[in-house]
Design a binder for this molecule. Sequence first.
Ligand code: PHE
Length: 343
Amino acid sequence: MNEKLTSIKQEILDGIENQATSRATAFELRKQFLDSKTGKIGQLMKEMKNIPNEEKAEFGKQVNELKNWATEVFEDLDAKMKAKELKERYEKEKIDVTIDAECEPKGNLHPITQMRNQLIDVFAGMGFTIYEGTEIENDYYNFTALNTPQDHPARDMQDTFYLSPEFLLRTQTSSGQIHVMENTKPPIKILSPGKVFRSDDDATHSPMFTQMEGLVVDKKITLCDLKGMLDVFVKKIYGEETTTRLRPSYFPFTEPSVEVDVSCFECGGKGCKLCKGTGWIEILGAGIVNKKVLENCGIDSDEYSGLAFGIGIERTAMLKYGINNIKLLFESDLNVLKQIDDN
Ligand code: PHE
């Protein structure tokens, strides 16, 4: 074989041994020999003119054989490099799906917000819409319009924070009833959640707490409507077996007024520590809207009647989650708050 051919073959083998470490370098190497214009094997054909005539055919054949051999060698090399690179990539990008995920600590809503949302869900399902009043009220909306004039003894039921002789921190979300009735023609069906304030402080009372007022005004609204709605509410919040009972009570803005008890969801009514052996737990105040209140808002009390209820959100949450001190809800102790994740 022509010496040149032998040395090219060796060059290729050396190149593969020493230079071809990747698909890219193997391709570069291939180009040096097999590029159609500049490749060393192609260039050999230019030597043809120096070859004696009788050896030309043999030389041409050998160049061709070398070309075929080199083509095959480089094809093999490319396949090998491709496989090697794929393997390396798989190694590098390998994922261990059995490793535990890094968990971000998950937050939860404050229990009062959770309870507020649950209550809104229940009553929204019955067609109530939300009205949010203001925390600062004047005396008229918080008391007078609610049939509690200046010297009315019922004012003593709620120790009030006065900001001035006229303005105060609302003691009840009932003030929202007046705003809504003044501005809306019946039928009315609103739910009014929000903070209220009273100078009161012990294990079950806090100077700031949250109420949710319900008000329905329409033709022929009765205590039956009230009981029906409250039954839906207590079943959704405290369980399907829970029932309600109404006891006579007094609020200046409702007549008749009732205190609503739920059957004890802890003992099912047999009597336990939670219900103090009675089988019943008091949960809220309610009643039929006093005709005087409707008239104060310009609603004809012969044509329309209404029902109203006021739910204490902290109390509802404390009962549901077994919290025995209202302060736990306001101390922002995450160890306590994160135990209640009910939404
Ligand atoms: N506003 C009353 C309270 O805070 C609760 C209530 C609301 C009673 C609506 C009757 C009707 O004690």
